[in-house]
Design a protein around this ligand. Structure first.
Ligand code: PMV
Length: 341
């Protein structure tokens, strides 16, 4: 039984609590998330079902804010990203409209105008598609009058972009890969653990659209990398170590495991054919600077998604030195948003 995304969405929406009092406008915010144990590889690319469980941290006030206006006066759907209108022939427009298609029959009017703003670099490995699809899914559900559980929102967001299923929640989040063919057991859940002393440093070294999307990079790696075979086992081991480190507040274990996991994922990309290297010279310099600080006794680690921009992981008591060593860093305290710098 190979269900399409539309069939999965229909199964969820036809059983959901529904209010006929839908509005013509809705908005939603979703945080971006950084994976500490990465999602890399799909067992079903239609439904974005992953090969392995993954674990992330949501970045508080950094994310996507999406507004949707519905009308019958316009003859076409429009998308605005960061105040610029998106070309309707672009891949980005098509992807968003495919997701809107899951809700199309429930929209209160024929056409929609989507306005989304990201307060972090778009498509430079800062997980903007995760927050974007999570915010879009929530705004669409509200617009159509559905009162959905977080689990359903997580599953529907995954259909737009895998990592978006984690952006429905704040704090530490685990995405269970699930085993069912229709993916109804593949959704994210928050770990009920606070870690107020945890700091994440966003280094926007390169603010350019990446040439190869994570979607294409993932597919190429799974198809061609000889190292990919070792990935699911490593991810399985790392995620358990990370969860234990989080539950026991073992910072060193958390940092070491997250950094190792990111480098292992990048190793599978580098060994694919043709090779895939998201790093730039600035990326390597930042990695080396992190290692040097560690040699000098400062517990700081990095992780990196499919892009050139590392994210630093440290304890907030060291944020003064981090700011001095990385003047461009943007500091996020995932459990203390008021302190985001
Ligand atoms: O959800 P996608 O298709 O943008 O893939 C995200 C992949 C990584 O960011 C590299 C890893 C992850 O778990 O977020």
């Amino acid at each position: 039984m190979n269900l399409s995304p539309h069939e999965v969405a229909s199964n969820i929406l036809t059983q959901a609590e529904y209010s006929a009092n839908h509005q013509l406008y809705s908005e939603a915010f979703a945080p971006t998330n950084i994976a500490l144990c990465k999602y890399w590889g799909k067992r079903n690319s239609q439904l974005n079902l992953p090969v392995n469980d993954s674990l992330s941290i949501s970045l508080g006030s950094f994310g996507s804010h999406t507004k949707i206006f519905c009308s019958s006066s316009s003859s076409y759907d429009a998308i605005w990203l960061n105040e610029a209108q998106v070309d309707s022939s672009s891949v980005f427009y098509q992807r968003i409209m495919k997701h809107v298609g899951l809700f199309r029959e429930y929209l209160p009017r024929k056409t929609i105008n989507i306005q989304t703003k990201n307060n972090m670099a778009t498509s430079a490995g800062l997980a903007s598609s995760a927050s974007g699809f999570a915010a879009l899914t929530q705004a669409l559900a509200n617009l159509c009058g559905f009162n959905l559980s977080k689990k359903s929102l997580s599953i529907l967001s995954r259909l737009g972009s895998g990592s978006a299923c984690r952006s429905i929640f704040s704090g530490f989040v685990r995405w269970h890969k699930g085993n069912d063919e229709d993916g109804m057991d593949s959704y994210a859940q928050p770990l009920d653990i606070q870690w107020p002393e945890l700091g994440i440093g966003i280094l926007t070294l390169i603010n350019q659209q990446k040439k190869i999307s994570s979607r294409d990079g993932m597919a190429r790696t799974v198809e061609t990398s000889q190292l990919y075979n070792s990935w699911p086992k490593q991810a399985e081991r790392d995620i358990e170590e990370l969860e234990t480190a989080i539950r026991t507040h073992n910072f060193q274990k958390l940092g070491q495991t997250a950094e190792c996991n990111a480098l292992a994922m990048h190793a599978t990309m580098i060994s694919s054919n043709p090779p895939l290297l998201y790093w730039q010279s600035e990326t390597v310099s930042a990695m080396q600077a992190t290692w040097k600080l560690r040699e000098q006794g400062l517990p700081v680690y990095f992780t990196m998604d499919a892009g050139p921009n590392p994210k630093l992981i440290f304890e907030t008591k060291h944020q003064g030195i981090i700011k001095k060593e990385f003047p461009k860093v943007k500091i996020v305290q995932p459990f203390n948003h008021a302190m985001d710098k």
